[in-house]
Write a protein that binds this ligand. Structure first.
Ligand SMILES: NC(=O)c1ccc[n+]([C@@H]2O[C@H](COP(=O)([O-])OP(=O)(O)OC[C@H]3O[C@@H](n4cnc5c(N)ncnc54)[C@H](O)[C@@H]3O)[C@@H](O)[C@H]2O)c1
Length: 268
C-alpha cells in the first residue's frame, strides 16, 4: 500500500537571494525554488537563463572578475536594501580536465582555480559587509562529492571543490557571532549540462548512476531542496558543516568504487 510521502514548504517572502551560476542546471533549480517560496531572486551568470522566468533577475557577470562581482552585488543591494542568502554555485569542470595532472592544459587549471575558488571568494566578500550590518545571512557553497573523496582523472576540479567546503567552514567560524551562517552542500552526480558533457569520460550514464546506492543520478531540484532548507530558519543551528546530497555515494570509500555490474539496469 502506498504511504503518504509527506510535504515540505518554505516561506521566503521578503527575503533576497543571490544565486551564482544561475543559468546552469543546479543554479536554475535553486533560483526557482527560492522564487517559488516567495523570495526576490537575483542570479549572476556569464550566460543567459535557460528559460524566461520573470521572478528571477539574471545579471551578466563573471564571478572570477572581482570588479564585475563587486559592482553587480552593489547594484543588487542598492535596489533591494539587503541580502539574506548567497548561493555560491558557479563553477566549471571542463571535459578536457578529465586527465592526470601533467596532461591538463595549464590554462584550464588556472581557470578552474579562478572561477571555482576565486569566484566563491569574490561573491562572498561582496555580500558579507551587508550581512554583518544586518547581523543576519546565510551563505551556501556548492562543493561536491569530490570534496570528500575523489576518483581518477579529476586532479584539477576535485581539489577546488574541497576548497569550497573549507571556505564554508572558515567563513562560518569567522562570522558566526555576527549572525551569518555558512554551510556547503556536496552533491553526487546530478543530471545537469556539466555532467552530461562528461558522461562518456565517466563511463556512461548507466555506470555513473550505478555508483550511487540509490541507483540513479540526482535531480537539480533535489539539490535545491537541500539548499533551501539550509537557508531557512529550520536550519538555524546548522553552520560550519557540509551536507552530502549524493544518493548514498559517500557511504562508499571512494567515488571510484562502483557496485559490481551487471546492475539493476540490465535486470530492467
Ligand atoms: N552536476 C553535478 O553532478 C555536480 C556534482 C557535484 C557538484 N556540482 C557543483 O554544482 C554547481 C553547479 O553545477 P551544474 O552541474 O549546475 O553546472 P552547470 O555547468 O550546469 O552550470 C554552471 C553555471 O555556472 C556558470 N558559470 C561558469 N563560469 C562562470 C563565471 N566565471 N561567472 C559566472 N557564471 C559562470 C555557467 O554559465 C553555468 O550557467 C557547481 O559548483 C558544481 O561544481 C555539480
Amino acid at each position: 500500500m502506498e504511504r503518504p510521502p509527506g510535504k515540505v514548504s518554505f516561506d521566503n517572502r521578503g527575503r533576497v537571494a543571490i544565486v551564482t551560476g544561475v543559468a546552469g542546471g543546479i543554479g536554475w533549480a535553486i533560483a526557482q525554488g527560492f522564487a517559488d517560496s516567495g523570495a526576490t531572486v537575483y542570479g549572476l551568470d556569464l550566460g543567459a537563463a535557460p528559460a524566461v522566468d520573470e521572478r528571477i533577475v539574471v545579471v551578466n557577470a563573471d564571478v572570477s572578475d572581482r570588479a564585475q562581482v563587486e559592482s553587480s552585488v552593489a547594484r543588487i543591494i542598492g535596489k533591494t536594501g539587503g541580502v539574506d542568502v548567497l548561493v555560491n554555485n558557479a563553477a566549471i569542470q571542463p571535459v578536457d580536465s578529465f586527465r592526470p595532472l601533467h596532461q591538463i592544459e595549464p590554462q584550464l587549471l588556472e581557470q578552474m582555480l579562478r572561477i571555482n575558488v576565486g569566484g566563491y571568494n569574490w561573491v562572498a566578500r561582496s555580500v558579507l559587509p551587508q550581512m554583518i550590518q544586518q547581523q543576519s545571512g546565510v551563505i551556501v557553497n556548492l562543493a561536491s562529492a569530490h570534496a570528500w573523496r575523489s576518483s581518477r582523472d579529476v586532479p584539477g576540479y576535485g581539489p577546488t571543490k574541497a576548497a569550497n567546503r573549507m571556505q564554508a567552514v572558515q567563513w562560518a567560524l569567522d562570522y558566526a557571532r555576527q549572525g551569518v551562517r555558512v554551510v556547503s552542500v556536496s552533491p553526487g552526480a546530478i543530471d545537469t549540462p556539466l555532467v552530461r558533457a562528461s558522461l562518456e569520460k565517466q563511463g556512461g550514464e548507466g555506470a555513473l548512476a550505478n555508483r550511487h546506492p540509490l541507483g540513479r543520478l540526482g535531480k537539480p531540484e533535489e539539490i535545491a531542496a537541500a539548499v533551501i532548507w539550509l537557508a531557512s530558519p529550520g536550519a538555524s543551528f546548522v553552520t560550519a558543516t557540509d551536507l552530502e546530497v549524493d544518493g548514498g555515494l559517500g557511504g562508499f570509500g571512494s567515488f571510484a568504487d562502483p557496485y559490481m555490474m551487471p546492475s539493476r539496469y540490465e535486470k530492467g
